[in-house]
Design a protein around this ligand. Sequence first.
Ligand code: ADP
Ligand code: MG
Length: 394
Amino acid sequence: MAVPDLDQLIAKGVGGRRVLVRADLNVPLKDGVITDDTRVRASLPTLRRLREAGARVVVMSHLGRPKGERRPEFSLRPVAPRMAELLGTGVSFCEDCVGEVAKAAVADLGDGQVLLLENLRFHAGETKNDDDFARALADLADAYVNDAFGTAHRAHASTAGIATHLEDVAAGDLLRSELEHLQVVREPERPLMVVLGGAKVSDKLAVLEALAPHADVLAIGGAMSYTFMAARGESTGSSLMEPERLDDAKRVMQAAESTGRRLLLPTDHVVAERVEPGAPCRIVEGAVPEGWMGVDIGPATAERYAQEIAQARTFFWNGPMGVFEIPEFAAGTERIAEAAAASGARTVVGGGDSLAAVNQLGVGDRIDHLSTGGGASLEYVQGLELPGVAALER
Ligand code: ADP
Ligand code: MG
């Protein structure tokens, strides 16, 4: 079984047919104004190709977490004019994503025209993958395209259920490109170097467990590293640490050891008295002293990780090395971003905060792939099947 792509769907002929596209238009809004339109832009290539092929394009998405209720602050309405501007054509908007009003709006579409439906999550059936709701969505279309990589790890009505009701389906260009780039991490040219950071072992335990025996080198940074240090019996001062994850951390280290992989932990740290700008801070080697907390990997650790990145053929990074939101604690994360940009390896970066760090440094265009889906990219590199992709298999 394989997942049809947009070429295959278009080759079947979409002219005059209603094609329902699940996009990821979950944009940040402030007082009804889009503050970052990256996701709208990312959705355009698929929409353009379908329009050019003469399809009647119906776009659906979620926005935020309205939890099954119609809450105006989560309306997708502000996205329609932005999409229209970027596409260079009108985009009509329908105030519901199912029912008579949606059917009428779809019936009004001419070939090559675009309609945006209201937030899927105004209906509780969306996240429950309710079959009646999935069927109501499918009723609007002749074919279905999933281009929402960021929600492909969720089995929702618009990402999974709907695909059981329509025969003609395809992965959109964004989804396809994500899968192709992340596949490189699943089947890497070796050595594969992985850097994982961020706040919690709990958030990333599954990926740690999957990658410890898979990556040639797994380097850990961020608050996560203190749970690993504690599991090794080192003192971590008042750093963030998850006592209930010590056994998990030990298991991850054993998994690396028993498969002959290397797992690296920070050997020096930036420590501060408090997590705030201007707080007293210094660099320490080894353990974190009492009364101090680790807020970034130290310069020697950053250098060692950067050297490993330079030697890798494949590099995957998720999660900042410290509290990079505060400039004094951002050096470790910046060093990793620079090393990724300079590396000759295939480089893939995922995770909201890691992408923010890469963009903050302006090195995004020197990274091979910036993954738009944090959770989905982690699940995919673990080797898991994504429900939103599995549903497209034909
Ligand atoms: P991503 O979004 O890239 O997956 P996470 O959400 O897992 O990353 O983690 C990012 C958060 O982790 C940031 O807000 C950062 O401030 C925090 N963080 C990183 N290192 C530390 C640390 N040593 N102490 C406290 N918080 C940290
Ligand atoms: Mg995050």
